[in-house]
Structure formats: structure tokens, C-alpha cells
Write a protein that binds this ligand. Structure first.
Ligand code: OGA
Ligand code: NI
Length: 353
């Protein structure tokens, strides 16, 4: 989920979930998820194979390259996500990113709170923004940082502890920048569109945010979610999952299914802004995170967002008589995002023609 600034005056900050757990506090009512339309919460839903895409093949013009593109098109049209392998990052580097995340969250609270977000800012260490009394809170703490454009980074919010944190994040951002181009080009090619069609979303001024998530051990995984159901407001999202602890579930054919962890893979999911550009051919993935009473889980999500002034609309090549334009043109899509999310609605639905 990619955030926007909340409107002034209605929000407050809540305590880190980790703190509630350490204090052994009784679980507050506001964490209990009551939307039963969604079916029960359970970590034991069937785990399904998510399509696996070899990124190395996407740039090849050989017949295997063509068939990988076809696999990509099919994965994004039916699932809205895939497990990316052969992405050019060593497993040991992915482990380093995971380690830096774990070490940060393992720091004493006072140390982490040096990077706390303020009411006015979405960046920094903290958790759910409280807009209304009736809101259900997510069982998660996070460190949210803008990583691109580089000159907009707020380095005072970038942990200096663990020592490797900043360099690791810098390198990870660099690598994801390269992957972004490969994936966005391939998405266009798979639909026989101009390269620029999705690539424009990462043109100058595009934003990349990385969110380090901690899902602490939860006493009531049967009624509490780590993240409520949502689709991301991004163009695409890269998710590095915990190597050992599962928790991500995706909605497929109206049923929740668990996403297995492939340690060396990155999960790439499509966000609403690509669904819009593809005129609904690609699906923005609806997903949620369940909690666990025995083990905490970490993940690292990186969101790519077009420059807020860029107009997003269905690509011309995908609008025709058989397939009329599904969505209105929009700027700064993420500004629609937060309120809808907290109310359990999908912002993209407000743009349907
Ligand atoms: C997100 C998200 C999934 C996860 O941050 O938007 O969906 O497994 N994260 O943490
Ligand atoms: Ni998400």
C-alpha cells in the first residue's frame, strides 16, 4: 500500500505494536477485524503456486523469451503478481536486506524512536495512522522511507544503526531501479504496446518508497490482521518476504490463498496505476497479511509511483470498440488512497466509467 498525506486535524499516532507485546498489554478493541464479508482469518488457507518468471529471459528475443513474455502477460492478467527469479541479486544480498530489517526492529525502542514519524509526515518509524475512532488498526510496525528521487531523501530518518543499513538500502534501491525498467518494458511488450507505456511511470520525478514491515507475534491471529485487504496504489511493488515465516495471502477467484516463500525470489505485484494504464487487462493484486502467535515476521515492500503531476489513463492501444475505456484519467492517484483503504474500499473503483 502506498500512502499519501492524511488530511490535517483528524489523525493521531498509536503506540508501536511491538511495545504492546513487550508490555504484555491486553489487545485493544481497535485491532479486532470485524468485516466478516471477507471470510474468516486463518493462516492455514491453501498455499498456491504463484507463477514464476525468469527476468533474465524477458529481455531475450529468442523463442523462450517470447514464451516468458506470454507467461508474464498471463500472470498479470489472471493473478496480478508473480515470483521473480534470476533478477540479478544474489541470495546473500537479499539476506543482507532481511538482516538489516530485523536488526533495526530489534533495537531498543528509544533507539528506533529517533526515527519516529511525526503527525505531518508519512515517512519514518511508526504504525497505522488513526483517522477515526472506528478504524481497525493493523498489527504491524513499519519504517517508511522515500528512496527516490535521491535528492528528496530525508536522511535523518534513515537508521545509522545497524551500521550496514544505509548502504544496504542504497544498493537495494539501485538494483530495484534496474529491475523496474526491465519489468515495465516487458509489461508493455507483452501487450504489444510501445515501450514507454508503463515506463513513463518511472520517468523523472517518479517516487520510490520502501517500507520495512514488522509483524510482531500476535495473541489473536484468528481476529487480527497484519494488514487489511488492499491493493497497492503503486505502478508495481517489489516485496521481499521473510525467509521463514509466511503470512501474505492473495485473493484469487474470490478466495484467499497463501503465498509460499521462495527465499531467492522477489514477489512483484501489480498496483492500481498499472491496472488503470492497461485498461483493466492487468489486475491489481488484492492481498492481506495474517498474523502468527508464535513467530514474528518481517517483509520489505518497495512501491514505484509516477510523478504526482503525471496523468494516468488507459493506453490508447488498449481502448477500442470491444474494449471501451474503463477508467477516468487521474493525477496523484495516491491521494485517493488512504481514506478508501481505511474504510475497506478500493480507490480504483471511484474512477470507473
Ligand atoms: C504492503 C504489503 C505485504 C507483506 O506493504 O503493501 O502488502 O507481506 N505488504 O508485508
Ligand atoms: Ni500491499
Amino acid at each position: 500500500m502506498a500512502a499519501s498525506s492524511p488530511p490535517p486535524g483528524v489523525e493521531s499516532l498509536s503506540k508501536p505494536v511491538q511495545q504492546l507485546v513487550i508490555n504484555g498489554e491486553q489487545v485493544a478493541e481497535k485491532y479486532i477485524y470485524r468485516n466478516t464479508d471477507d471470510g474468516p482469518i486463518s493462516a492455514s488457507f491453501p498455499v498456491t503456486e504463484i507463477p514464476i518468471i525468469d527476468l533474465g529471459l524477458l529481455t531475450s528475443s529468442s523463442p523462450t523469451g517470447e514464451s516468458e513474455l506470454e507467461k508474464l502477460r498471463s500472470a498479470l492478467s489472471s493473478w496480478g503478481c508473480f515470483q521473480a527469479i534470476n533478477h540479478g541479486m544474489e541470495s546473500s544480498f537479499l539476506d543482507k536486506v532481511r538482516e538489516a530489517t530485523k536488526e533495526f526492529f530489534a533495537l531498543p525502542m528509544e533507539e528506533k524512536q529517533k526515527y519516529s514519524r511525526t503527525l505531518e509526515d508519512i515517512e519514518g518509524y511508526g504504525n497505522d495512522t488513526v483517522f477515526t475512532e472506528h478504524q481497525t488498526l493493523d498489527w504491524t510496525d513499519r519504517l517508511y522511507l522515500l528512496v527516490r528521487p535521491e535528492d528528496q531523501r530525508k536522511l535523518k530518518l534513515w537508521p545509522e544503526n545497524p551500521e550496514t543499513f544505509r548502504d544496504t538500502l542504497n544498493e537495494y534501491t539501485e538494483k530495484l531501479g534496474q529491475l523496474t525498467e526491465i519489468v515495465l518494458k516487458a509489461m508493455a511488450k507483452s501487450l504489444s504496446l510501445e515501450d514507454s507505456c508503463f515506463l513513463d511511470h518511472c520517468r523523472e520525478g517518479a517516487l520510490m518508497y520502501t517500507r520495512f514491515n514488522l509483524y510482531p507475534v500476535c495473541p489473536r491471529p484468528d481476529v487480527i490482521l497484519g494488514l487489511k485487504p488492499h491493493a497497492d496504489g503503486s505502478t508495481i511493488t517489489f516485496l521481499l518476504q521473510d525467509k521463514e515465516v509466511e503470512g501474505l495471502q492473495v485473493l484469487k477467484d474470490d478466495k484467499w490463498v497463501g503465498v509460499p516463500v521462495i527465499p531467492q525470489a522477489l514477489l512483484i505485484n501489480l498496483g492500481d496505476q498499472s491496472e488503470l494504464t492497461s485498461n483493466g487487462i492487468f489486475k491489481s493484486l488484492v492481498h492481506r497479511v495474517v498474523t502468527n502467535s508464535e513467530r514474528e515476521r518481517i517483509s520489505v515492500a518497495t512501491f514505484l509511483l509516477p510523478h504526482p503531476d503525471m496523468e494516468i489513463e488507459p493506453a490508447n492501444g488498449l481502448v477500442n470498440e470491444q474494449r471501451p475505456r474503463l477508467y477516468k484519467r487521474v493525477k496523484n492517484y495516491v491521494s485517493l488512497f488512504f481514506h478508501n483503504y481505511q474504510q475497506g474500499k478500493r480507490p480504483i473503483d471511484t474512477l470507473k466509467i
